[in-house]
Design a protein around this ligand. Structure first.
Ligand SMILES: [Mg+2]
Length: 265
């Protein structure tokens, strides 16, 4: 039974992946490193800023001096903040409707994101729904970013421990995760969540590890989501099973930086 939803943030609720790409390119260019859109969408999307900068610098053979990684992350965060202060957070059509329907149905809600906490909270405050989200797990809250499942584990803990407390502890399989990238889906599936992929950022075929994939968040409503929980998932009799991260039959495989077989936009 569906009792909670954990939303990814960038590329699921907020249509800002092109902004992140542009700002990565701008900040990296300032230190003499180029990153292409293809590389970003093929290799980096879904990772937090620290992991993105680290991966690109490693690929470039660049050894960052002490404090430089933190400076790059802070520089990009400042540019992102200026952009959002200017125009507000661009929510995807349908995102606010789904959030409000979930609030109306008294589901437990959270965000599990590689974005910075101020960004997630600022966006939720823009909609006036921050108080309805019990769990906000942001980049600062985890040791290991997606595809590691740590953030989703933390999100479930918060849903079960923050008031208003659920009548009984939430089971991982009672929680839907909505994600737009293979890294996010791996993190969610690795912690036992039921997963919905939204093809906002990547083509639907890149999201096949999800239990269900839709073209956009505007295409789903709560009855459809509840239906996902009413039948066995993932082709396993008896329900959903933990999937290993990375190498599973038919799933997405992480490719090392540099070896890309054509980008997708
Ligand atoms: Mg995302």
């Amino acid at each position: 039974m569906l009792r909670a939803i954990l939303f990814d943030f960038n590329g699921v609720l907020v249509d800002d992946e092109p902004v992140h790409l542009e700002l990565f390119q701008r900040v990296l260019k300032e230190v003499g490193i180029e990153v292409s859109a293809g590389e970003y969408y093929e290799e980096l999307v879904g990772y937090d800023d620290e992991d993105c900068f680290t991966a690109v610098c490693k690929r470039s053979g660049r050894k960052l001096p002490d404090g430089e990684l933190e400076r790059l992350v802070a520089r990009k965060a400042e540019l992102y903040r200026q952009r959002m202060d200017g125009g507000g957070y661009p929510f995807f059509p349908g995102a606010e409707d789904l959030v409000r329907a979930a609030i109306g149905a008294s589901l437990h809600l959270g965000v599990v994101s590689g974005a910075l906490r101020a960004e997630v909270e600022g966006a939720l405050e823009q909609l006036g729904v921050r108080g309805s989200f019990k769990a906000v797990v942001a980049a600062e809250d985890v040791q290991a970013g997606k595809p590691d499942p740590e953030g989703y584990r933390r999100g479930l803990q918060l849903l079960s421990s923050e008031p208003p407390l659920p009548s009984r502890l939430l089971h991982p399989h009672e929680v839907l995760a909505i994600e737009d990238t293979p890294a996010g889906l791996a993190a969610a599936a690795g912690s036992g969540r039921v997963t919905l992929g939204v093809a906002h950022t990547l083509p639907a075929e890149e999201l096949t590890p999800a239990d269900k994939v839709v073209g956009s968040i505007a295409e789903v409503d709560l009855p459809q989501i509840r239906a996902l929980f009413a039948r066995p998932l993932g082709g396993n009799e008896g329900g959903h099973h933990y999937r290993p991260l990375g190498g599973n039959e038919g799933g997405h495989h992480y490719r090392p930086l540099g070896g890309n077989e054509g980008g997708h936009h």
